[in-house]
Design a protein around this ligand. Structure first.
Ligand SMILES: C[S@@+](CC[C@H](N)C(=O)[O-])C[C@H]1O[C@@H](n2cnc3c(N)ncnc32)[C@H](O)[C@@H]1O
Length: 724
């Protein structure tokens, strides 16, 4: 959330182009409406590709493509009060917003739910920046949105980007790999699906989400984005997905195969033109041609890593058949019948889409249509994959099962999705015409380094993400468009191949973050992951003090620092522990895992147990606590807690005060069930609130960050508003 506006106002910008560094002068920042949105090559290319045959529809497509993208967001699904939040928004904000928007901004579409998104949890509005800035009702709504986003209750995400995780159909017991995950919008949705049953079931889901990205800076962004979801089932890694390593949980066991794999590849991103002006000015065919081999290789590696009967979803924010249908066709060919396209037409029935293309052409980088590789100057042939061209058996591949989404269909960005099921073992995808193999997996299930030995021109290829880092950061700013370069314009897929170090006797895993340059400043000390042993002396103390049930698995607690003994205890799920204990874990470049459950509190007061709860892990650990350190609060007490940093016991009613005094100094937990409030008659049941509090000598201290406090304040306030 830290990016400041001043960066975007800079009018000098240094751009890396091949080996030559050139300085380009940026024109004054223009709004999307003001900027010129024309690109003849783009228009000619897609017109000739016949992506839309009807003339009137083509016009509409071009027209909508040149308008600014609406803002979309999701109310996050797994959090227990998602429905409560949705209802509150519908009741308190939506009617006023619609009214105001109609009055001052008739051109824009009023805020509305995305019809195809389940349970009215996805929303979209196209109010202009002016409207949001000037109108007090919009400002209030925007502030609410930002506050809820900061604590992970709302996710800003492009509407089309919400589709792949829905079609991935993730269940709480699934092992899921998200191959190109940063900045993490779709990972967040997957995590929510893993936790979908949390409200009904006690315990940590048995599934796991491994979220990977080859760009180390972006993988830290991914950590930041997903942290808000507080899941012990998440493991973040940093690999080139083309060579994602095999993981053997035991020496003799076969490599882990995943139930679900998301392959949201780097792409040229011309589906993002409605928010990314650089696409209008820079569009060229070279990016798609250059990215195609990487896309094929990543999808193939995904296909190998999937379980038989498992599902893969391939997606791009590009309209280009060379990055879409051509990739799908090549991967189907190489999997030799062991991968099939799934017909998902009956899913999301309200979603307007068109079928995948069954015919396309290839344009050379020089701009002429070329019917085969033979038409390319032999000098440049190595830059073109054979698989760019339509295969002869294209009709048999069911490419119409792919999904294309065009901006004019429902006022979104452009997008492509293909859903696969793996129906047989994919032994060796390097067959047919490729020979080079990748040694990262010791030759096992090898894939080719590049498709058809094509040279990926990594200095010039650019890729885009529809949910880019800046996009998410802009949540806190305004809805202006991005004129930035893609944050990782070049395919930095080589990376440094540092490995984690494993110390088997103590289960210590050195993370890969030793490269000072690659690491954010705050993380410059090498991180380790050390599970607490059964003889750890702090555990019995914690169990006794809080009445922590034996069902809470303390062997899933770990520390991430060798120096500060048991300072912060993180919890991971059983499946994450299995992966961290795998025989070849040293091959994994770990970035992050675990949620904070206990922190050793520095205090001068005499305490029996210095370990306190963290807001991050509070809801996870709460079901395992006895009543020993739990106190029932009403909303009145919550208001006192929020009124100042350290309210005195005296500020509470006598009954509560007596209870507070009866606790020893240390952490306590306040349980609040708003539906039990006597003074307020709610129209709907409310979800309970659980708060970690430090009980000091004479006062209390709510152990919440500023952002969490703000949201709690809004929530409590909304209950009283509802009553009015
Ligand atoms: C389309 S974006 C992913 C967006 C992400 N799935 C989301 O929903 O937030 C593509 C990502 O792929 C990453 N990437 C590029 N080449 C890669 C590779 N060879 N292996 C893994 N990740 C790669 C980029 O760093 C970028 O973060």
């Amino acid at each position: 959330m830290g990016r400041k506006k001043k960066n975007r106002g800079a009018n000098r910008n240094t751009r890396q182009k091949g080996d030559n560094e050139v300085t380009v002068r940026r024109t004054e920042r223009k709004t999307y409406e003001e900027a010129e949105k024309k690109n003849e090559t783009f228009e000619k290319y897609y017109k000739d590709q016949n992506i839309i045959s009807d003339e009137a529809e083509w016009k509409k497509f071009m027209e909508v493509n040149a308008t600014i993208l609406p803002t979309a967001f999701r109310i996050t699904g797994s959090r227990r009060h998602a429905f409560e939040l949705r209802d509150l928004m519908k009741r308190e904000h939506i009617p006023k917003l619609i009214q105001i928007q109609l009055e001052i901004d008739q051109k824009s579409e009023p805020i509305k739910p995305l019809l195809w998104y389940p349970n009215e949890l996805g929303w979209q509005h196209s109010a202009s920046r002016m409207t949001i800035k000037k109108d007090p009702i919009f400002q209030t709504f925007h502030r609410w949105l930002v506050a809820e986003t900061e604590v992970g209750n709302i996710s800003r995400q492009e509407a089309v980007s919400m589709i792949p995780p829905l079609l991935l159909d993730v269940k709480p017991n699934h092992w899921v790999l998200d191959m190109c995950a940063a900045p993490g919008s779709k990972t967040a949705q997957i995590i929510e699906a893993i936790h979908a049953n949390d409200a009904q079931e006690i315990g940590i889901p048995s599934g796991i989400v491994i979220a990977n990205d080859s760009d180390s800076k972006r993988s830290y962004m991914l950590v930041h984005q997903t942290k808000r979801l507080r899941s012990p089932c998440l493991l973040v890694t940093n690999h080139d997905a083309q060579h994602f390593p095999n993981i053997h949980l035991k020496k003799s066991s076969p490599p882990v195969q995943f139930d679900r794999i998301l392959v949201d590849v780097p792409c040229s991103g011309d589906g993002t033109m409605r928010k990314n002006l650089t696409i209008w000015s820079n569009w060229n065919i070279g990016n798609a041609i250059g990215l195609h081999p990487t896309q094929v290789n990543i999808l193939l590696r995904g296909a190998q890593l999937a379980k038989e009967g498992g599902r893969l979803v391939y997606s791009t924010c590009s309209l280009n058949p060379l990055e879409n249908e051509a990739v799908v066709a090549e991967v189907l060919r190489r999997s030799r019948g062991n991968l099939i396209l799934v017909d998902v037409n009956d899913r999301l029935p309200e979603l307007r889409k068109v079928p995948g293309m069954t015919s396309w052409k290839v344009m050379s980088k020089e701009g002429s249509w070329v019917s085969s590789l033979d038409d390319i100057n032999p000098k440049y042939r190595k830059k073109y994959a054979k698989s760019l061209w339509m295969p002869p058996d294209v009709e048999k591949l069911n490419l119409t099962r792919c999904i294309r989404i065009y901006p004019h269909l429902q006022d979104t960005g452009g997008f492509f999705i293909a859903v696969f099921e793996k129906i047989g073992i994919i032994k060796d995808v390097s067959v047919l015409d490729d020979t080079t193999s990748n040694d990262e997996n010791g030759g096992e299930n090898s894939i080719t380094e590049s498709v058809d030995n094509v040279e990926a021109d990594s200095t010039t290829i650019k890729y885009e993400c529809n949910d880019d880092v800046n996009d998410i950061e802009e949540m806190n700013q305004d809805d202006s468009v991005s004129t930035k370069r893609p944050s990782s314009t070049n395919q930095s897929i080589k990376g440094s191949h540092k490995r984690i170090r494993t110390n088997e006797s103590t289960t210590t895993f050195k993370s890969n973050c030793e490269n000072e340059e690659e690491k954010p400043k705050s993380k410059q000390t090498g991180e380790v992951f050390i599970f607490l042993g059964s003889d750890n002396e702090d555990i019995p103390l914690i169990r006794e003090f809080y009445g922590l049930s034996e069902d809470f698995k303390t062997d899933q607690l770990l520390v991430r620092s060798e120096n500060e003994k048991n300072k912060i205890l993180y919890l991971v799920s059983d499946s994450v522990k299995q992966v961290l204990s795998a025989t070849d874990v040293h091959k994994l470049r770990l970035v992050n895992t675990g949620i904070k459950i206990f922190t050793r509190q520095d205090t001068n007061e005499p305490v029996k147990c210095p370990f306190r709860f963290n807001a991050e892990g509070m809801y996870t650990v709460y079901p395992y606590l006895s009543n020993k350190r739990v106190i029932n609060f009403g909303l009145k007490e919550v208001r006192i807690l929020l009124s100042e940093p350290t309210p005195l016991f005296d500020q509470f009613d006598e009954k509560i005060r007596e209870q507070l005094e009866s606790f020893e100094i240390g952490c306590i937990v306040a349980y609040i069930d708003p539906s039990q409030e006597e003074e307020i008659v709610f129209r709907r049941t409310k979800v309970p609130i659980v708060l970690p509090i430090w009980r000091a000598h004479k006062s209390l201290n709510l152990l919440y960050r500023k952002e969490d406090r703000k949201v709690l304040e809004l929530r409590v306030q909304s209950y009283f508003n509802e009553e009015k």
